[in-house]
Design a protein around this ligand. Structure first.
Ligand SMILES: *Cc1c(COP(=O)(O)O)cnc(C)c1O
Length: 221
């Protein structure tokens, strides 16, 4: 045993406390356990402790783990990393959701492969300006949403962001609020934001999905 069940319980308790501070129901936030670069055995352990949503960044790793863990009924894979068009097929085949949509070409290819079961997506936005590397600018978001909402194999549910790390709580809240305001402006209910470093702040600012890796699985290599 690795202590994973205890860490899961602790993260869930911290999530519930953050919800309570702002009068939200604990069920309004989904914990996505980010298992990238961690072995399947740890995912099994988390699953045994009741965790069902897992996040992976790399398409081939997701493909391989989905095969290795195919016996875990009800497990939901969230693809959370950038995608190259030629790797879309791995994600389209097994993903319950995609959190990092930011390229029309990828959206079109995902849609083409999910006509039978539209894929829930979060569109990635760069709310950190120059300090963030990925995501659409807030200005580019409207036209992009118009384009992807027309695709039959996708269901755009919300926005996602991975703001640059900061120790300044006000700055972190500012990033999350910007994302929340953009989602509201565009009529989207979902907000995928918050990692190990800042998931409680993200929940206080409205996150519906938090993506937590290190606090559950430990440091990555
Ligand atoms: C790795 C990763 C996470 C998890 O980060 P931790 O700091 O380990 O909690 C969340 N979101 C994305 C997009 C990631 O790449």
């Amino acid at each position: 045993m690795s202590g994973l069940a205890e860490r899961l319980a602790e993260v869930r308790a911290r999530m519930a406390a953050a919800c309570a501070r702002v009068g939200r129901a604990p069920e309004s936030v989904t914990l996505v356990a980010v298992s990238k670069l961690k072995p399947g055995a740890l995912i099994r352990e988390a699953y045994a402790a009741g965790q069902r949503d897992f996040g992976e960044n790399y398409a081939q790793e997701l493909r391989d783990k989905a095969v290795e863990l195919a016996d875990l009924e009800g497990l939901r894979w969230h693809a959370i990393g950038p995608l190259q068009t030629n790797k879309v097929k791995y994600v389209a085949k097994v993903a319950h959701a995609y959190h990092a949509l930011e390229r029309l070409e990828v959206a079109q290819e995902l849609s083409r492969r999910r006509l039978d079961a539209p894929l829930p997506c979060q569109v990635e936005v760069n709310v950190g300006g120059e300090a963030s590397k990925s995501g659409l600018s807030p200005e580019a978001l409207g036209p992009f949403l118009d384009a992807v909402r027309a695709l039959p194999g996708l269901r755009v549910e919300g926005l996602m962001s991975l703001p640059p790390p900061t120790e300044d709580e006000a700055v972190a809240r500012g990033y999350f609020r910007t994302l929340r305001e953009l989602a509201r402006k565009h009529g989207l209910p979902g907000l995928s934001m918050g990692t190990t470093h800042d998931f409680e702040l993200a929940i206080e600012e409205g996150a519906t999905l938090v993506r937590v890796g290190t606090a559950l699985f430990g440091e990555r290599g």
